[in-house]
Design a protein around this ligand. Structure first.
Ligand SMILES: *Cc1c(COP(=O)(O)O)cnc(C)c1O
Length: 442
């Protein structure tokens, strides 16, 4: 009834599959072939001719040959996209060895954080700085080093959940700190903090709202007021700023936010933030502030477990170098943020024109993009997109293309928003869309 499948060893030695074997290894290919044959058998389909089967297996193996973390074109209009690795990567790391913990002048063992520590202190005007794996780790380490068994005061309007299971009360509990909630969701007064201070109070923690905005009947004391109160009472003021805002956002059409330096100048003992949000560097948790506060973190047993990877340090140093040189747009995220709407419109028109000539029905539409990633909540940026007819199968085909393109579906359209697309990617985007449109493997 059914054709007998070719022997597995015959398939493995077939010239077309030999390439797969050399990339993926014999065992992997063998396993994939076995599973595929079992699938075909189970579906009781006629087996194709051996050559057609080989071609089918080769196509099937393409999924396995694809890089695990492929570079994608971000046409979503979300600049800091959590699923696409937050800020776009500044490639700084070279291959092979690096002088990570070696002073080349003396040949002595060096301190791996020394170069970034010096740059962070200089850039933020801070006395001291420390880098760990991410901002969640920064908060955990700070609490574990200072607040175990002691009280930390937080406004009820700042008890945030970031997603990915970061919930402020839970992190505090895990670190052994006692959370003292004050105020109400919308209004917390300086007096609320003052009344909550006891002999067992360690710190006041001010937390950036990150991914939501409170509007209407809302009050919160200024950081400078909190700092004044903390100093008077002999407790610390810590700021979990999260976003890592470090420049005036107004020139980019966004509302201003307190920057890390402003928070330090306002009297915060420590400000902590993510490396890959508005700092637009690698994943990291950065703490800047008083040496006296950060010193116990440096010697804490958890520190080693939260140590950043060398690749992150190299990228962080390069990112800070750009800022120290006053060259914001050397950092990919700021190059995207600084794009003028007229320029995005021109690119969208050019792209749509070329797509139309290739038989793809494309039009140009104005859109609103967002920074995203738990920063500037509720705010949008002007942008332009190429709009295609909404089609889930096309969106999938674009994601599976080379390079993968991630688009946004909105109001019955499939939008290719250019805000987070680098100009040098336009040509690649064009070919990816044309090929997905004309060769839908739907
Ligand atoms: C994003 C954020 C965090 C978590 O930072 P990670 O670097 O993702 O660990 C913590 N607190 C605030 C206020 C944040 O915005």
């Amino acid at each position: 009834m059914f054709r007998r499948p070719p022997a597995v060893h015959w398939l493995l030695n077939h010239p077309q599959l030999r390439e797969d074997v050399s990339v993926l290894g014999r065992e992997t290919v063998k396993e994939v072939i076995r599973r595929r044959l079992a699938e075909l058998r189970q579906r009781r389909e006629d087996l194709p001719e051996p050559e057609a089967l080989v071609a089918e297996l080769h196509r099937h193996l393409a999924r396995w040959r694809r890089p695990s973390y492929p570079a994608v074109i971000n046409a979503t209009g979300v600049l800091i996209h959590t699923n696409l690795g937050r800020s776009p990567r500044l490639t700084a790391a070279s291959e092979g060895y690096l002088a990570l913990e070696l002073e080349l002048e003396t040949g002595q063992r060096g301190e791996r954080l020394a170069p970034v520590r010096e740059k962070l202190c200089r850039y933020f005007g801070a006395e001291d700085a420390l880098v760990v794996t991410n901002n969640a780790a920064a908060l955990l380490l700070l609490l574990a080093a200072h607040a175990r068994g002691r009280e930390v005061i937080v406004s009820r309007g700042e008890l945030i959940e970031i997603g990915g299971s970061f919930r402020l009360p839970e992190v505090m509990k895990e670190a052994g700190a006692i959370l003292v909630e004050v105020g109400c969701t919308n209004r917390t007064h300086l007096a609320d903090y003052r009344k909550a201070i006891t002999p067992n109070t360690c710190a006041i923690l001010h937390v950036h709202r990150s991914n939501f905005a409170l509007t209407g009947f809302v009050t919160n004391p200024q950081v400078a007021e909190l700092a004044h109160l903390a100093r008077q009472a002999g407790v610390a003021l810590w700021v979990d700023q999260g976003s890592g805002c470090h420049v005036d956002l107004r020139p980019f059409g966004l509302n201003p936010e307190p920057t890390v330096s402003q928070l330090l100048n306002a009297g915060a003992d420590v400000v902590m933030f993510s490396g890959d949000k508005l700092l637009a560097g690698p994943q990291a948790g950065i703490l800047v502030g008083k040496a006296q506060t950060l010193a116990p973190l440096r010697h804490h047993p958890l520190r080693r477990a939260l140590r950043p990877d060398k690749a992150a340090l190299v990228t962080l140093a390069a990112t800070l170098d750009a800022y120290l040189a006053g060259d914001l747009t050397r950092v990919p995220f700021y190059a995207l943020l600084a794009q003028k709407p007229e320029e995005l419109r021109r690119r969208a028109r050019c792209l749509a024109g070329r797509l139309s000539r290739e038989g793809v029905p494309a039009k140009v539409v104005p859109t609103r993009a967002v920074v995203g990633g738990g920063t500037t909540p509720g705010q949008t940026l002007p942008s332009w997109a190429v709009a295609l007819p909404e089609d889930a199968a096309l969106a999938r085909q674009l994601r599976l293309g080379n390079p993968p393109v991630v688009a946004r579906q909105e109001q019955g359209l499939l939008l290719l928003d250019l805000r987070a697309v680098f100009p040098h990617q336009d040509r690649l985007l064009l070919t990816a869309v044309v090929s997905s449109w004309h060769h839908p493997a739907r």
